[in-house]
Design a protein around this ligand. Structure first.
Ligand code: ZN
Length: 342
């Protein structure tokens, strides 16, 4: 099969398009003919390498996948060859307390496709059967691959961790990113007023189209000051962040008393400074979040089918153009997700 592999960490030239033997479906596994995958920031970290983190090289990157079941291994009963499916990206042991409680993303053996084992930038992908979810006919492969990880991530952040309620005000940092565009829609679905934060006039207009009630252009305005003005000095109930260092102080200052800050990443840097006086005086909660429960992906696909949530696709490129796709994501030139058609 054709795939993208990383043999050593570094620049764009480390993404190698090559042909290797296709995997097979072992017992309890499903082999998928991948039709679409999408780029996530994780792909950039895996390509560049991270200090103190050892990735199993060579590795096929790509954490999101949608496609057609090619073959099923012994013991697989819930899908058959020819079925349209989307893949739950996290692989867990299936028998520890967290897994049995449905919190599979807290499993100590939790592993992600394209990070700890071969991922989706390939024609074929073999995964455990419990990671394979049927895809409704009306949801295109490209939408499923664009939306799975970012909506799952944003769902856990807002619904499980921050527990957003109707009438609350949610500040979505990085509104033009994949996870931001999911966060805006999920917050609106739960009846919140949404203030988006992005950079540039074009992205500001698009964030508004996506459902933001107000948008702050952080290239022109200070986030905390604008939040103060837009909320009549009250502040927001929830801050949804994945940018980190560059916006962290503003995120803390933007919260109202009893507010919650939920974070799933730090694309601008992880060494942020927190003024603890705000935390105790305003009785804030800082909540961490990574991925989400497999079961929530079924719910999200139903919302996609109904049109209540819509993955935002910036562009669709052939798998072969993965280097250019990485370059665009690295420069932040996209609005929503870059999908790779396989
Ligand atoms: Zn487990």
């Amino acid at each position: 099969m054709f795939c993208i592999r990383i043999h050593e960490h570094g620049g764009l030239d480390k993404l190698v398009f090559e042909e290797i033997p296709a995997p097979v479906a072992g017992p309890g596994e499903v082999l998928i003919r991948v039709k679409a995958t999408s780029l996530n920031h994780l792909d950039l970290w895996v390509r560049r390498g991270l200090p103190g983190v050892r990735f199993p090289l060579p590795i096929i990157p790509g954490v999101d996948a949608a496609g057609i079941v090619q073959e099923t291994g012994p013991g697989v009963t819930h899908v058959s060859p020819g079925d349209r499916v989307v893949v739950a990206q996290g692989i867990s042991c299936g028998h520890c307390t967290h897994c049995l409680n449905g919190n599979d993303n807290l499993c100590k053996d939790y592993k992600l496709l394209g990070e700890h084992r071969n991922g989706a930038d390939a024609e074929y992908l073999a995964v455990p059967a419990r990671n394979v979810i049927r895809l409704p006919d009306s949801v295109p492969f490209e939408s499923a691959a664009a939306g799975a990880l970012v909506f799952l991530t944003a769902w856990q952040m807002l619904v499980d961790r921050a527990q957003v309620r109707p009438g609350e005000v949610v500040l979505v940092i990085g509104a033009s990113s994949g996870v931001g565009s999911a966060g805006i829609q999920i917050a609106k679905l739960h009846g919140a007023r949404v203030i988006g934060v992005t950079i540039g006039e074009d992205k500001t207009a698009k964030a508004r189209e996506l459902g933001c009630d107000e948008v702050i252009d952080r290239g022109k305005r200070n986030i905390a000051e604008e939040v103060r003005r837009l909320t009549q000095k009250r502040g927001v109930d929830v801050v949804f962040d994945h940018v980190g260092k560059a916006v962290w102080e503003d995120c803390i200052k933007s919260l109202t008393k009893g507010g919650r800050l939920v974070t799933c990443g730090a694309t601008s840097g992880h060494e942020a400074v927190t003024d603890l006086r705000y935390v105790f005086y305003k009785q804030l909660q800082i909540l961490g979040s990574t991925m989400g429960k497999k079961g929530d992906l079924i719910k999200i696909m139903t919302f996609f089918e109904q049109g209540a949530l819509k993955p935002v696709i910036d562009r669709i490129m052939p798998l072969k153009e993965v280097r250019e796709a990485h370059r665009i994501l690295e420069e932040g030139g996209q609005f929503g997700k870059i999908v790779l058609a396989v």
